[in-house]
Design a protein around this ligand. Structure first.
Ligand code: ADP
Ligand code: MG
Length: 404
């Protein structure tokens, strides 16, 4: 899309969240490219973003909007260092990585809830969505991965786009067929499940998808979409399911006025919350969240993360959290796996891996973060002062990343 937009050398570019779906290393390259076009060709640009780090990186002026109104505007340094409007302050304070969600750790058990052994997933050339890779060699998207998740744990997966994160997630819920290795839930081979056992598995493991529009039936209203799994799995009749759906939609804070709409009539962030409500409808034990906060602005993102942590405490939900946002992963997850080209290059305690990365690839990921100019000044070991409403945090957050 970016290539298409700059192809005819426009004088002005309107970029609406151009890097939101990208991992940090690709994002850094795209931002570099945009800066260069601005320098060399005098390209004027309106960059729309919920990521203040990105805005601070490439914009000279910023306009802060809320509810359809401009609440503040001015030179970027001035707005970020001396925000006048309370909403701007909230935006700055809600930047990921400024808060610890104090994820709860689950009981350690001999058998992990989910265990993945030596998993491989290959795609045949010619079968891809764009008609293949022009070669007969099968493409290995997952190349021998081992991964374990215990009950109640929050495990993060990070890595560049294309590193196989979504493929792994889709394999767990059987949307991709592995070419080798095993996936076990409570010791049971997931690939061998059928009939009632498979239905039970689907109740226990739910996923929120990366693209919220793709994962919802465009013909169902929001309220119907959330109620559907409840009555379909025979947990309640349609009427009771509808009531339960309302409770779930309240939980993800989706206004009642939006519930009779179809997915395409919602914003990406609203739609993503519907996906979350739907995934939670069956009270799963394991929730796989694939880049679920990437499309959300930072304040909504903070709300969704808080919701997840609350659910974890209340229901001892186990969470596999896939994200290219290292700051969110470091504040939410206990353990993390770093993916590169279908392999795990580094794994371990989340803060340790992301604060003091050992592998050069993890170091490159961490080094490419776009941030507020004020953030990197915080030394590695000094805790960030947290916002008053976040005082229930267990540990103060240490801002993990040094300046580039
Ligand atoms: P990530 O979620 O980490 O961005 P994916 O798991 O979506 O990455 O993709 C991993 C790799 O597998 C990519 O190179 C992608 O192009 C390829 N891939 C994903 N799905 C298919 C498919 N259905 N057919 C062929 N290749 C695919
Ligand atoms: Mg993905």
């Amino acid at each position: 899309m970016i290539a298409a937009a700059i192809g005819c050398q426009p004088k002005m570019l309107i970029a609406d969240e151009p890097t939101t779906a990208l991992d940090v290393t690709v994002q850094a390259r795209i931002l570099e490219l945009l800066k260069e076009l601005n320098r060399k060709n005098g390209l004027a640009m309106i960059l729309i973003s919920h990521d203040l780090g990105v805005v601070a990186d490439i914009c000279s002026r910023v306009v802060v909007m809320r509810n359809g109104e401009v609440v503040e505007q001015g030179p970027i340094d001035e707005v970020i260092n001396r925000p006048r409007h309370p909403y701007t302050r909230l935006l700055i304070e809600s930047q990921p990585g400024r808060k610890s969600y104090g994820a709860v750790s689950g009981p350690d058990r001999a058998t992990p809830l989910l265990s993945i052994e030596n998993l491989s997933v290959t795609f045949q050339a010619g079968r891809g969505p764009l008609g293949g890779f022009g070669t007969d060699n099968p493409f290995r998207a997952i190349d021998g991965i081992d991964l374990k998740i215990n009950t109640g744990e929050t495990v993060g997966i990070v890595g560049e786009s294309g590193s196989g994160k979504s493929t792994l997630a889709r394999s767990i819920i059987r949307l991709n067929t592995p070419s080798g290795g095993a996936i076990r839930l409570d010791g049971q081979d997931v690939g061998a499940l059928g009939g009632e056992a498979l239905a039970a598995f689907r109740r226990r493991v739910q996923m929120v998808f990366q693209n919220p529009y793709d994962s919802l039936n465009p013909r169902l209203t929001i309220a119907e979409a959330v109620a559907e799994p409840i009555w379909r799995h025979g947990i309640a009749d349609r009427k009771a399911a509808q009531k339960e759906a309302d409770v779930l939609l309240d939980m993800v804070e989706l206004p009642s006025s939006l519930r009779d709409r179809k997915p395409l009539q919602l914003s990406g962030g609203q739609c993503q919350r519907v996906g979350l409500a739907r995934a939670l409808a069956l009270k799963p034990q394991l929730l796989i969240a694939d880049e679920i906060t990437s499309a959300l602005d930072v304040t909504t993102q903070a709300q969704v993360l808080e919701l997840l942590v609350r659910l974890q405490r209340e229901r001892s939900l186990t969470l596999l959290y896939i994200s290219h946002d290292l700051a969110v992963v470091s504040s939410l997850c206990q353990r993390v796996y770093v993916f590169k080209a279908g392999r795990v290059v580094e794994q371990g305690e989340a803060r340790q891996v992301l604060f003091t990365p050992q592998d050069p690839y993890t170091q490159a990921l961490v080094g490419s973060l776009a941030r507020l100019p004020s953030a990197p000044a915080i030394p590695l070991s000094q805790p960030v002062v947290t916002h008053a409403r976040w005082l229930d945090c267990r540990r103060p957050l240490r801002f993990p990343f040094r300046n580039r």
